[in-house]
Design a protein around this ligand. Structure first.
Ligand code: SAM
Length: 328
């Protein structure tokens, strides 16, 4: 997600990458990780090889930058990165090697296992969500308004902060080149990963990270979404400042949250840190972060007590990158 795509590589890097994949197991691993993010134990099962062997091959592939490793608690997931020699090589090689029937079947089984995990986790999560949804306008209506708020014609890289089960990735993923969701919760991430695998959204990734310290370089995305996250945030202004730091020139930030309300039972029942926000306060935080608010939509269903705001803010053409905000 960081740099513009490179299409010319130093011979040394190219040869290292070619050498890394020029081995039967490593070629298979490379092809598998292009389709789905996989852990060592996923690969051990699919390939029928021991964990130390698989780990050794992964080390070689990562050293040559054709795969990247993402830690998540005690787990690590491997995938082809979105920029650099890895995706260029995948594009060139993988049409020539689609994987064996056995591997394709094993990937299907993996999708099924992830789906089963997703169903178990979403039972608990879904119940809570359904309870909250009774209080605010129809999600579909909000999604439609979001699609209008963020036209994706100029979005190559999208970042979704506090992605939860990946709803924003499902909505925008099919419309952008790359989408990345970050969240602190491993349960949420495994559910999101399962949903993305099932939906075959290969351009979408999730990663464990803290929204106050995003693991991306400044100015590395064209759009950021913060959907139903700010009311949980201890320091919402800082989340916005950190999001703004990630935006390229003319990049857009879209924030969806509750308009400030006085329903204490919702704050208490759902452990919300804030009772929603006045959009003017969010606008001020965006401006402090160097963004210009370009649109504000309030969505209201007279039959429901809570209103939703969708605020869009844009980075100017020539802002210089901002430093990471200091912790309050
Ligand atoms: C209500 S959920 C919203 C999920 C998603 N955006 C959606 O609308 O479906 C809020 C999410 O914010 C995440 N979150 C809370 N604090 C966070 C932090 N410091 N860094 C990253 N994610 C955080 C939670 O784990 C949770 O998944």
């Amino acid at each position: 997600m960081a740099k513009p795509p490179a299409n010319d590589f130093a011979p040394k890097a190219l040869l290292a990458a070619l050498r890394a994949v020029a081995e039967p197991t490593r070629l298979r691993i490379f092809a598998l990780c292009q389709r789905v993010e996989l852990s060592v134990s996923d690969l051990t099962q699919i390939l029928g090889q021991s964990q130390p062997r698989v780990s050794r091959h992964l080390k070689v592939l990562c050293a040559a930058d054709v795969l990247e490793r993402l830690r998540e608690g005690t787990y690590a997931f491997y995938r082809v990165p979105t920029v650099g020699i890895g995706p260029a090589l995948a594009k060139a090689l993988l049409p020539l090697y689609g994987g064996t029937e056995l591997e394709i079947k094993a990937l299907q089984d993996l999708k099924q296992r992830r789906y089963e995990l997703a169903s178990t986790l979403s039972a608990a999560n879904g119940e809570k969500l359904r309870a909250l949804r009774r209080y605010y306008p129809d999600e579909h209506k909000i999604d439609q308004a979001l699609l209008r708020a963020l036209p994706v014609d100029s979005v190559r890289d999208l970042l979704d902060i506090g992605t939860g089960v990946g709803h924003m990735l499902e909505l925008f993923g099919p419309r952008v080149t790359h989408a990345m969701g970050i969240d602190l919760s491993r349960d949420m991430l495994s559910l999101a990963r399962a949903k993305l695998t099932l939906a075959d959204l290969q351009n979408c990734r999730v990663q464990q990270a803290d929204m106050y310290q995003l693991p991306l370089p400044p100015e590395s995305v064209d759009a950021v979404t913060i959907h139903h996250v700010l009311h949980f945030a201890e320091r919402p202004a800082q989340v916005i400042a950190e999001a703004a730091r990630m935006l390229r020139a003319l990049g857009r930030l879209v924030i969806v949250d509750f308009v400030e309300h006085d329903l204490q039972k919702i704050r208490d029942g759902f452990q919300h840190r804030w009772p929603g926000f006045q959009p003017s306060a969010v606008q001020a935080w965006c401006e402090e972060a160097g963004l210009q608010v370009t649109d504000l939509d309030i969505i209201h269903d007279p039959a429901k007590p809570l209103k939703i705001f969708i605020l869009t803010a844009q980075r100017s053409q020539k802002n210089s990158p901002r430093k990471r905000p200091k912790a309050a």
